[in-house]
Design a protein around this ligand. Structure first.
Ligand SMILES: N[C@@H](CCC(=O)N[C@@H](CS)C(=O)NCC(=O)O)C(=O)O
Length: 201
């Protein structure tokens, strides 16, 4: 059976939502972020970064969330959460990479500042400015669309879950109604709700 190492509150939650959406069975091996378990030599053998998530499929181990999502849809998706032309595939990768490269670090800084893990107002201000710089691009892409590329894809799951972090931290999304509706659309899917419920104590 597929195994996901991580916790529902971490990026492993994104992998779990993809697995749920694809209707795949999996086991969650609970490894907390920055925990003793994540730093243990046995875990570092399968993920030398000491971070989560990691996916195990038989004797194949994979870390980096985007690579895991890509692997799952390509191996098991039967076309779901993916696309069927090279152009649309590249478009999905484009928006996935856009999230990772332009938004993810800023979104995380805002969340960590909010949670008190980071205490750096300057970093938080820079993060807000970065979001304000790049969110208009996403806002325009989502104009008149429910999803980033055609039907729902892994780029939507990953992107909307990343942008839920600043939302939690109180970032003002008023100027971005398309993004707001899209994040809400993705987070209110049955699969997202199921994983979110698992994260509640
Ligand atoms: N680029 C990596 C980032 C992984 C990552 O930073 N995971 C967090 C939890 S969501 C973590 O384990 N952090 C521990 C640390 O930074 O030491 C991915 O997308 O998988």
């Amino acid at each position: 059976m597929l195994k996901v190492y991580g916790s529902t509150l971490s990026r492993a939650g994104m992998v779990m939502v993809a697995l749920e959406t694809l209707g795949l069975e999996y086991e969650l091996v609970n490894i907390g972020t920055r925990s003793d378990a994540s730093q243990a030599p046995e875990y570092r053998q399968i993920n030398p970064t000491g971070k989560v998530p990691t996916l195990q499929d038989g004797d194949f181990f994979l870390f980096e969330t985007q690579a895991i999502l890509y692997y799952l849809v390509r191996k098991y998706g039967k076309g779901r959460l993916w696309a069927n032309t090279p152009e649309a595939e590249a478009d999905i990768l484009r928006w996935s990479l856009f999230t990772s490269n332009q938004l993810e670090s800023a979104a995380l800084d805002m969340l960590l500042q909010f949670k008190g893990v980071l205490n750096d107002q300057d970093a938080c201000d820079k993060a807000r400015a970065t979001l304000q710089r790049f969110l208009p691009v996403l806002e325009a892409q989502l104009e008149g669309k429910e999803y980033l590329v055609g039907d729902k894809t892994i780029a939507d799951i990953h992107g909307a879950m990343v942008l839920s972090w600043p939302k939690l931290a109180g970032f003002d999304y008023t100027s971005y109604p398309n993004v707001t509706a899209w994040v809400r659309r993705i987070l209110s899917s049955p699969e997202n709700k199921k994983v979110a419920a698992l994260a509640r104590p």
